[in-house]
Design a protein around this ligand. Structure first.
Ligand code: FAD
Ligand code: NAI
Length: 475
């Protein structure tokens, strides 16, 4: 007889492992199956986020930023640093340690919460009495049964047709995080989140970086004013971003990669690079799940079809995170995981899609929550806008980083905050205040009247709120 669980979670990324922990907290018998292997073949839960996504990319961004500071910013503080060198192998080894600490942390958390962990691939075998039978194929093969199944199998990098990833010259996010030496010339296709973050890492370390973007606008989902400010900063850094290109033939040769493309003026261009990173979005992953065995419905993109509550077309089967609709973000996956566990327990799990923050961890950082100015215009909403530049913020001056601004958008009549958009130092941390404010449906006046510590970057948020009412104090 197979082992019986109340909840079986397939996938141990941020959506899956968090769903498993929350379900266990609620008193269920929970199994979590994850197939990711570390270099030694052992379990490495945490999914894309921990292994080849959020965590390792931020480790490399941090290392490369230190290098950049030592080379270009220490001097203004009176620190002389000569012959600053980058040991890429050491940087990558440190990143691997950070990843392992997170893998181990997740294994510890699963154990602490009495979640039974299975290392292997989970797939649907059949509908079973009161649930589903799931086959687990790892070192051994076994069968388990779950009354409820939560699918959190994540996503994979999208390849360009005809140009498979070899992870030597043509890199996905995986290979981009394992490059052994700084490439002299690095090409990237796609100036989205990965393109900008990975492009920044290798540019800071000395690569000549060219990012080719198909769309004519830069960061179309970002507030236009913020995107413009960010682009200005990237241009100044020497991050070459070509918009409106049409990528043609790509030749992966012995010495590197050649990308043929047509630029925005319609001219044919040949770009030679040592490495090419393709970052043109991600595709939901249901490989090996055997969805056909139970008739699980997928959409035309291959995503699992779910309703607003993450219910699939099958009773007792739920899906969360990158494998379903919505933004592909770790914190969105986590929120859905928690909400589903709570719904299984008969509670009212809740995810507010209007207050999911976005952060791009470049320098300057870009962060936002809620609607952009262009979205408000398109939606016909009457709004007021206020912004405050970091140039006028004392802490930013002391830090030596005055790029960018905080911009707040509020309803013209009610003053409710509808969006906050930041480009500048520590935008990733500053955005949290805006998220809390919007969750509580605060007005700009609320933020304007709250005491913020001085000197702090967060005073810029207060000042942007004051600016909504045209009464900035420091600008
Ligand atoms: P995943 O993290 O992909 O986890 C899915 C897990 O399921 C994997 O471990 C996989 O091996 C396992 N699996 C799949 N199929 C099976 C099966 N049949 N049986 C068993 N196991 C299976 N998001 C942010 O919010 N912030 C960031 O800074 C950020 N940075 C990123 C940087 C990069 C380079 C990339 C690529 C992504 C980044 N993301 C970031 C996105 C984030 O990684 C994803 O949104 C998040 O990991 C999705 O979580 P998930 O649980 O849905 O899926
Ligand atoms: P993306 O969707 O952010 O950007 C892809 C870019 O590629 C777009 O600008 C698109 O117009 C362009 N593109 C698509 N096809 C193209 C083509 N054929 N030629 C030229 N350009 C083309 O996707 P990306 O960067 O791959 O990242 C995937 C997802 O991972 C992100 O959307 C995000 O959800 C997540 N992520 C989140 C991070 C964060 O939160 N800081 C960091 C990295 C990734």
């Amino acid at each position: 007889m197979s082992k019986q669980f109340d909840v079986v979670v397939i996938g141990g990324g941020p959506g899956g492992y968090i769903a498993a922990i929350r379900a266990a907290q609620l008193g269920f018998q929970v199994a979590c199956i994850d197939e990711w292997k570390n270099a030694a073949g052992g379990p490495a839960p945490g999914g894309t986020c921990t292994n080849v996504g959020c965590i390792p990319s931020k480790a490399l961004l941090q290392s490369s930023e230190h290098f950049d500071h030592a080379n270009h910013h220490f001097a203004e503080h009176g620190i002389s640093a000569k012959d600053v060198k980058m040991d890429v192998a050491k940087m990558i080894a440190r990143k691997d340690i950070v990843v392992k600490q997170n893998n181990d942390g997740i294994l510890y958390l699963l154990k602490k919460n009495k979640v039974t962990f299975f290392h292997g691939r989970g797939s649907f075998a059949s509908k079973a009495e009161g649930g589903y039978e799931i086959k687990v194929a790892g070192k051994t093969e076994e069968s388990i049964t779950g009354k409820n199944i939560i699918i959190a199998t994540g996503s994979n990098a999208r390849a360009l047709p005809g140009t498979p990833f070899d992870e030597v010259n043509v890199l996905s996010n995986d290979g981009a995080l394992r490059v052994g030496a700084v490439p002299k010339k690095l090409a990237l296709i796609g100036s989205g989140v990965i393109g900008l973050e990975m492009g920044s890492v290798w540019r800071r370390l000395g690569a000549e970086v060219t990012i080719l973007e198909g769309l004519p606008t830069f960061l179309g989902a970002v507030d236009e004013q913020i995107a413009k400010e960010a682009k200005k900063a990237f241009d100044k850094q020497g991050l070459k971003i070509e918009l409106g290109v049409k990528v043609g033939e790509i030749v992966n040769g012995k010495k590197g990669v050649t990308v043929n493309y047509t630029n925005a003026k319609g001219e044919a261009v040949v770009l030679d690079a040592d490495k090419l990173i393709i970052s043109i979005g991600r595709v939901p992953n249901t490989i090996g799940l055997n969805t056909e065995a139970v008739g699980l419905q997928l959409d035309e993109r291959g995503a699992i079809v779910v309703d607003a509550d993450c219910k699939t077309n099958l009773s007792g089967v739920w899906a969360v995170g990158d494998v379903v609709r919505g933004p592909m973000l770790a914190h969105k996956a986590e929120e859905e995981g928690v909400a589903v566990a709570e719904r299984i327990a008969g509670q009212h799990g809740h995810v507010n899609f209007n207050t999911i923050p976005w952060v791009i961890y470049t320098s300057p950082e870009i962060a936002w929550v809620g609607r952009t100015e262009q979205q408000l215009k398109a939606d016909g909403v009457a709004y007021k806008a206020g912004s405050f530049p970091f140039l006028a913020n004392g802490r930013a001056r002391a830090l030596g980083d005055t790029t960018g601004m905080v911009k707040m958008l509020a309803d013209a009549t009610t003053d409710e905050i509808l969006g906050v958009h930041i480009v500048g130092p520590q935008a990733s941390e500053l955005i949290a205040e805006a998220v809390v404010a919007m969750e509580f449906r605060a007005s700009a006046e609320d933020i304007a009247r709250i005491c913020h510590a001085h000197p702090s970057l967060s005073e810029s948020t207060k000042e942007a709120a004051l600016a909504v009412d045209k009464r900035s104090l420091n600008f």
